[in-house]
Design a protein around this ligand. Structure first.
Ligand SMILES: [Zn+2]
Length: 54
């Protein structure tokens, strides 16, 4: 099934972080992404902004 441009853009943004070895889940409560390793347990954490999030 072909993907929309928006889906491709979102995927590219995710894989950019993943390529750096990060979980890279978006912080829904503010800017930033999870900088823990992919597949980690517990809360997500943005190391750069010193924030935890679910
Ligand atoms: Zn995470």
């Amino acid at each position: 099934m072909p993907k929309s441009a928006a889906e491709r853009a979102a995927e590219a943004a995710r894989s950019a972080g993943r390529a750096g070895g990060y979980c890279w889940v978006e912080n829904a409560t503010g800017p930033g992404h999870c900088t823990l390793r992919p597949g980690h347990t517990g809360r997500h954490r943005d190391f750069y902004r010193d924030r935890d999030f679910d």
